[in-house]
Design a protein around this ligand. Structure first.
Ligand code: EZ4
Ligand code: CO
Length: 400
C-alpha cells in the first residue's frame, strides 16, 4: 500500500482547526490534527510546502520510520510548528493502520488498561457563589473531576474565567490588563476553602495557574491548598527552566502538573527523572503524535509520573480521539482534560468517542473513529485569531 495523496484542510467551525488528510492507493484514508492556536497557518504551510511532498509514495504502515524520517530528516528539530506537523502525520497513519487491520487504535497500542478515561471539565466563575453553583451542576451531569477557576476581586480579566476569554478566540491580540499576583494568591485558598465546604471531598478539584507565578510564589500557594486536596495545581510556573520545579517541590505536597506547551520528551525528561511533577500534560497534537507521547508516558511510568493530556477547545476532536485511544491503552494515564467544543465542531468532525458517567471512551470504530466532513468544513473559512496577552497593573507584559 502507498500514500497516494495528502492535503491540509483549514476550517473554523466555532474556532480554527488544521487537519491533515492522508489518502492511500487502497482507498483507505486517515486524518490527523495539526492545530496550533493563534499560529494555525504556520503549521498548515509547513505541512503543505514541506511535508506533503515527502509523503506521496511512502508505505503508510511504517509509522515509526516516517516519524523518524520527518524528525531527523528536517535537521531543524522540535518546536511547536514542526512537532504539530509531525503529530498530524502520525495520527493519520495510526488511523489508517487501524482501518486496514479493522481494529480500534487502542488495540494496536496494547489493548485496554481501563474501562474508560477519567476526564475533567471546567468551572469558570464570576464569583465564589457562581463557581460553587457551576461545580454542583457539573457534578450532577456526572463529572468526577472539575477544574475550578474564578475571577479574583480586583483583577478584571483573568485566565480561565468568563471575562478571561478562555475557550473563545479574540480577533485581535486581546490585552488582559491589571494582573496582580498578590491579589490572586490571597484569593485562591479562599476559593478552594469555600468550594470544599460547599461540595465536600467526593469530587476531584483541579486548578490552573497558567504560568503566572514564580517558584516561591507557587510554593506558597501549593502549601496553602494542601488541606483542600487538589488533584493537581497546573502550570504553576513556566517550565522552560525545568529545575525551577525543585523549589516548588521543597515547599508543597500539592500534586503538580505541567507541559501543555511541551513538544517532546526533551522538554520534560528532567521534570520526570527528578520526580518534580506528578502529571505530564503533553498532548498528542503538540508533542509529536501518538508515537512520541507513548515514549513520554513509558519514560514517566517508573518515576510515578502519570499523564494528564491537554484537551482545551482549541485541540480538535481528532486529537481527542487519538488521546482517548492512547488513554485507554496506556497504563500510567491519570486523567484527560475535556473542554466542550462549539456545536458546529462535531458536525464537521463526526466521532465515535463519547462521555458517560465521568469517563471518556474512544469507541470501537476501526482506526481513530473520527473523520472530517470536507463539504461542511468548506462552509467555515479560516478566521484569523490570537490568544490574549496579559499585562500587569503597571503595563508590564506578563505570561497569559
Ligand atoms: O491556554 O489551550 O489547560 N488548558 C489551558 C488552555 C490553553 C489554551 C492555549 O491555546 O491552559 O486554556
Ligand atoms: Co492549562
Amino acid at each position: 500500500m502507498k500514500i497516494s495523496n495528502a492535503r491540509v484542510i483549514v476550517t473554523s467551525p466555532g474556532r480554527n482547526f488544521v487537519t491533515l488528510k492522508i489518502e492511500t492507493d487502497a482507498g483507505v484514508h486517515g486524518i490527523g490534527d495539526a492545530t496550533l492556536n493563534g499560529r494555525e497557518l504556520a503549521v498548515a504551510s509547513y505541512l503543505t510546502e514541506h511535508v506533503v511532498p515527502l509523503l506521496e509514495g511512502r508505505d503508510p504502515a511504517d509509522i515509526e520510520d516516517t516519524w523518524q524520517y520527518l524528525y531527523k530528516g528536517a535537521y531543524w528539530r522540535r518546536g511547536p510548528v514542526t512537532m504539530a506537523a509531525i503529530a498530524a502525520v502520525d495520527m493519520a497513519l495510526w488511523d489508517i493502520k487501524g482501518k486496514v487491520l479493522d481494529t480500534p487504535v487502542y488495540n494496536l497500542l496494547g489493548g485496554r488498561s481501563r474501562r474508560g478515561v477519567l476526564c475533567y471539565v471546567h468551572a469558570s466563575g464570576r464569583s465564589i457563589a457562581d463557581t460553587i453553583e457551576q461545580v454542583r451542576r457539573l457534578r450532577e451531569e456526572g463529572y468526577r473531576a472539575i477544574r475550578v477557576q474564578c475571577v479574583a476581586p480586583g483583577i478584571d480579566n483573568m485566565y480561565g474565567t468568563p471575562r478571561g476569554m478562555d475557550g473563545q478566540q479574540p480577533d485581535l491580540p486581546f490585552v488582559e490588563e491589571g494582573w496582580a499576583t498578590e491579589k490572586y494568591l490571597r484569593f485562591v485558598p479562599e476559593l478552594f476553602a469555600a468550594v470544599r465546604d460547599a461540595v465536600g471531598f467526593d469530587v476531584h478539584l483541579l486548578h490552573d495557574a497558567h504560568h503566572r507565578l514564580t517558584p516561591i510564589e507557587a510554593g506558597w500557594l501549593g502549601k496553602r491548598l494542601e488541606d483542600y486536596q487538589l488533584f493537581w495545581l497546573e502550570d504553576a510556573v513556566p517550565a522552560e527552566l525545568q529545575e525551577s520545579f525543585r523549589l516548588i517541590r521543597q515547599h508543597t505536597t500539592t500534586p503538580l502538573a505541567v507541559g501543555e506547551v511541551f513538544n517532546s520528551l526533551y522538554d520534560c525528561h528532567q521534570l520526570i527523572r527528578e520526580q518534580l511533577i506528578d502529571y505530564i500534560r503533553a498532548s498528542v497534537v503538540h508533542a509529536g503524535g501518538i508515537t512520541q507521547l507513548r515514549k513520554v508516558a513509558h519514560f514517566a511510568e517508573p518515576y510515578h509520573v502519570k499523564t494528564g493530556c491537554h484537551g482545551a477547545a482549541d485541540l480538535s476532536p481528532v486529537t481527542m480521539a487519538a488521546a482517548l485511544h492512547f488513554g485507554l491503552a496506556t497504563h500510567n494515564v491519570g486523567i484527560q482534560e475535556y473542554a466542550h467544543h462549539a456545536e458546529e465542531t462535531p458536525e464537521v468532525f463526526p466521532h465515535a468517542w463519547s462521555f458517560s458517567d465521568g469517563y471518556l471512551h474512544p469507541g470501537e470504530a476501526p482506526g481513530l473513529g473520527v473523520d472530517i466532513d470536507e463539504k461542511l468544513a468548506a462552509r467555515y473559512p479560516y478566521d484569523r485569531a490570537y490568544l490574549p496577552v496579559s499585562r500587569k497593573v503597571d503595563g508590564t507584559a506578563s505570561s497569559w
